[in-house]
Design a protein around this ligand. Structure first.
Ligand code: SF4
Length: 584
């Protein structure tokens, strides 16, 4: 049976030491998002800067990690250098299962190592190993070296690392997880870089007990059957999320050329089908997932000695939008080449692509020149973007270092804030309309997965502010509970409350099984409370003019409707915080 208390490893990177803590709270915060918020309350300093040595970076898994299919994700939380507020990022790969096999619910790192280091943890060991020879090394090369340095446990072991973007403090720096997954957004790579930690090896060198008796096996079989027999397998495994490219282009909701258009005939060569037909090498999967939605394509390069070298590059809908349509690049191999550069420097592909789209339009309008960009940027010019992505990831000059802090920060200096496609952070690939623009700008992670707004916009053309905001507010607790479990959100059609209750009961978490709705509400409020303490205020987030010029299948965006949605959503979030404060 799963223990009710949390087992947390607290590492002080300054001292190179750690200790195990046993903490209560399973029935209140569950794990993942909830546990991370609880741990930030315990170890974080809301008023101190994101890179203060005392700030924690937190990695947390859920109670069902390893026990049920698609319970495969890990939450990373930290104070973000993008907005100096508390945030979360989520990733798959092997990390979650490795932490479970290390007999831990969470890893918390505070302090700052004296030199660039690798943190290696197992069920019975902890080591902070000096690794200054990895300074400036890209994700591919450091991954190869780390696999050689930590040979044991391949299969159970997870390797996370940052690249040059994280080392130089870019707010677009990601953490690469097991080569093909990422803690992508809000600058997680910089939060780890601020600890002087280049990589983390989680060895997963212990085991965990499977509940005895027939009930668990029966529930597992039922979940497995649902996961493998429903539409989910076909949808996510075959073409995967890139299937959305054509559909969103058809309904005028796909951002092109820095959101100057929402549809373009150029889609013909970068649909999900063309990526699969031309570039797909193989599918991959996070540990414990039978779906295998990870699509890995290939690119080939001719070397100086005339031999060919090929690289494997993971692709999804979002990176294709950011390195493809947003930049006007319509050759699938070119898109993969740009993503390969971003992967190497450990730049979040979505943020990086959207920032380069802003830079391109700023250059077209004469606000910046080659003096800043070092290369002439033009929509559709993949060769220029290969160089610019490298400059952005490595912070090649003052301009790129500023752009790496966010397009709006660069626009403050150079102008062009009206066409910066920023909704809390660089936009996700859904120009679906008013509700999505309001929801991403105020969503907890400024992620399209914070809410179902992108889907609501596609089905609703009425302009009812209360109905739309009710939809966001009512939908959030369920998502928050899933990210506390920590389930892949692709499984949300299987893991409804009734199913989750059976799963929790079958592993002995009976109290939690019977209190899902109220626990979800509690965690939702807790996350917003923590974020608010670090400075969140809806009034601080504005929506750039470009979003008001967007035309979707519903016509031109309605300014009044969008402004009212944002105002009402912000008011409701503040009401949740006030109610949570009253209760606590
Ligand atoms: S569906 Fe994809 S992202 Fe989700 S757990 Fe499976 S492989 Fe990972």
């Amino acid at each position: 049976m799963i223990r009710e208390e949390f087992r947390v490893l607290l590492v002080d990177a300054t001292l190179g030491k750690g200790k195990i803590l046993q903490l209560d709270g399973r029935n209140e915060v569950v794990g993942g998002s909830g546990l991370a918020a609880m741990l930030f309350e315990k170890f974080g300093s809301p008023e101190r800067a994101w890179n203060d040595e005392s700030q924690p970076i937190i990695f947390a898994i859920g109670p069902l990690t390893g026990y049920f299919p698609l319970m495969s994700k890990m939450v990373c939380s930290f104070k973000s250098n993008y907005h100096n507020e508390y945030t979360e990022s989520h990733a798959g790969g092997r990390a979650a299962l490795s932490l479970q096999f290390t007999d831990l619910d969470a890893l918390v790192i505070v302090g700052r190592a004296k030199q660039l280091s690798i943190l290696s943890i197992g069920a019975h060991h902890l080591e902070v190993q000096e690794a200054s020879f990895l300074k400036g090394m890209d994700a591919e090369s450091s991954g190869k070296l780390l696999r050689r340095m930590f040979k044991h446990g391949s299969g159970h072991r997870s390797i996370m690392r940052i690249g040059p973007a994280g080392e130089t403090g870019s707010a677009m720096a990601c953490i690469n997880v097991d080569s093909y997954r990422h803690f992508g957004r809000m600058g997680g790579g910089a939060a780890l870089g601020a600890k002087n930690i280049k990589g983390i090896i989680i060895h997963g060198d212990s085991d965990f007990e499977i509940p005895a008796g027939g009930e668990y096996a029966k529930v597992y079989e039922d979940v497995y059957r649902q996961v493998t027999s429903t539409d989910m397998m076909r949808k996510y495994h075959n073409l995967g999320t890139p299937a959305n490219l054509q559909g969103l282009n058809d309904i005028q909701s796909l951002p092109w050329n820095n959101l100057q258009q929402t549809s373009d005939p150029g889609i013909a060569t970068i649909t999900g089908t063309s990526f699969a037909d031309e570039t797909l090498l193989r599918n991959g999967a996070c540990s414990g997932c039978p779906v295998g939605c990870i699509h890995i394509g290939f690119i080939r390069e001719k070397m100086q000695d005339n031999r060919y070298h090929y690289n494997q590059v993971a692709y999804d809908y979002e990176p294709i939008f950011a390195a493809g349509t947003m930049l006007g690049v319509t050759n699938s191999f070119d898109v993969l080449r740009i993503l390969d550069v971003m992967e190497k420097v450990c730049l979040d592909a979505m943020s990086g692509g959207v920032a380069l789209a802003w830079a391109t339009e700023a250059m077209e309008k004469g606000l910046i020149s080659i003096k800043e960009t070092l290369v002439s940027l033009r929509f559709g010019d993949a060769g220029a973007y290969l160089q610019a992505a490298n400059h952005l990831g490595r912070g090649a000059n003052d301009f790129y270092r500023l752009l790496g802090q966010g397009s709006l920060k660069a626009a403050k200096v150079y102008g062009g804030g009206d066409f910066a496609c920023v909704l809390g952070q660089e936009m996700a690939g859904y120009a679906t309309g008013e509700l999505f623009f309001a929801a991403q700008s105020l969503g907890f992670r400024h992620s399209h997965l914070d809410t179902g707004a992108y889907s609501y916009d596609q089905k609703n053309s009425t302009k009812d502010v209360q109905k739309a905001v009710d939809f966001l507010i009512d939908d959030e607790p369920g998502r928050v509970f899933l990210t506390s479990m920590v389930s892949c959100l692709f499984a949300r059609s299987v893991y409804k409350d009734e199913q989750l209750s059976k799963c929790l009961e079958s592993v002995g978490l009976k109290t939690l099984a019977n209190t899902i709705p109220e626990t979800a509400e509690h965690i939702r409020a807790l996350r917003w409370q923590v974020r608010t303490k670090t400075g969140f205020d809806p009034e601080n987030y504005s929506i750039p003019k470009r979003f008001y010029q967007v035309k979707t299948w519903k016509g031109l965006v309605d300014k009044e409707y969008l402004d009212n949605l944002k105002k009402e959503y912000g008011r409701r979030i503040q009401a949740i915080v006030a109610e949570g404060d009253e209760k606590s």
